[in-house]
Design a protein around this ligand. Structure first.
Ligand code: G3H
Length: 257
């Protein structure tokens, strides 16, 4: 099974809808200059909700070889849920991906695995692909419980999702202590947990599903470390925060191959 690597830039709460235009145009140009071949790696940007329409206008209709998505979704369909954004709203804006369960949402918004699971199901129902985030805090890593912790999250997050849907989705392993800190997990650290997640998917479903699901690493990925991280057999891409805000750096990450 050949899995196409997926390099996704999570802009988090950065870049307004005007600056998004410049960032996407610059990224398109940097990818073209680097001779980007989308059969070798998939480039994705994940802007804030307010920027998605700006991004859609620049990308849709194959104007640029970049997919885009959202950073969150409501667990509800529609109605009186002030401040929420539904799956239908996102899919109508052309989103292909939605990030769910990012550690920043788990920590600052107390999102549970149960909610992450409900949101992942809404993403699938709306015809989009979840990028389900998981990963351990530093104290769990120091206690040597990182594999158990992360696999436990994924088992709960995938509960009730069919093998066919799991085969198409993306899992992002992000050790919390490596996010935005400049401290990257080693490539072997990334492989250890990404490999354990794939094994768990094989046990929950079957080998074919496990071979198909794409597993990203996230946490201080930069042009200088992406090649080593991507050399590991169970690492199929990266979820990139800070370095995705600079078009030249993100283009280098996407064209790591
Ligand atoms: O969603 C992205 C991750 O949280 C990684 O962020 O590349 O700034 O460490 P970072």
């Amino acid at each position: 099974m050949t899995r196409t690597p997926i390099l996704a830039g999570n802009w988090k709460m950065n870049v307004n809808h005007l600056d998004a235009v410049t960032l996407v145009q610059d990224l398109g140009q940097a990818l073209a200059e680097a001779g980007y071949d989308k059969s070798k790696a998939e480039a994705v940007v994940i802007p804030p909700f307010t920027d998605i329409r700006s991004v859609q206008v620049l990308i849709d209709g194959d104007k640029l070889p970049i997919a885009y998505g959202a950073q969150d979704i409501s667990a509800h369909d529609d109605g009186a849920y002030t401040g929420e954004v539904s799956g239908t709203m996102l899919s109508k804006l052309g989103c292909s991906y939605v990030v769910v369960g990012h550690s920043e949402r788990r920590e600052y918004h107390e999102e549970s695995d149960e909610l992450v699971n409900a949101k992942a199901k809404k993403i699938i129902e709306a015809g989009m692909t979840p990028i389900i985030c998981c990963g351990e805090p530093l104290d769990v890593r120091k206690a040597g419980k990182h594999v158990e912790h992360t696999v436990g999250q994924i088992k709960a997050d995938l509960d009730g999702i069919s093998a066919a849907d799991v085969a198409k989705l993306v899992i992002a392993y992000e050790p919390i202590w490596a996010i935005g800190t400049g401290e990257t997990a080693t490539a072997d650290d990334a492989q250890e947990v990404c490999g354990a997640i794939r094994k768990a998917v094989a046990e929950m479903y079957d080998e074919a599903t496990a071979e198909s699901v794409r597993i990203q690493y996230g946490g201080s990925v930069k042009p200088g470390n992406v090649v080593e991280i991507m050399s590991k057999p169970d690492v199929d891409g990266a979820l990139v925060g800070g370095a995705s805000l600079k078009a030249a750096d993100f283009a280098k990450i996407v064209t790591f191959y």
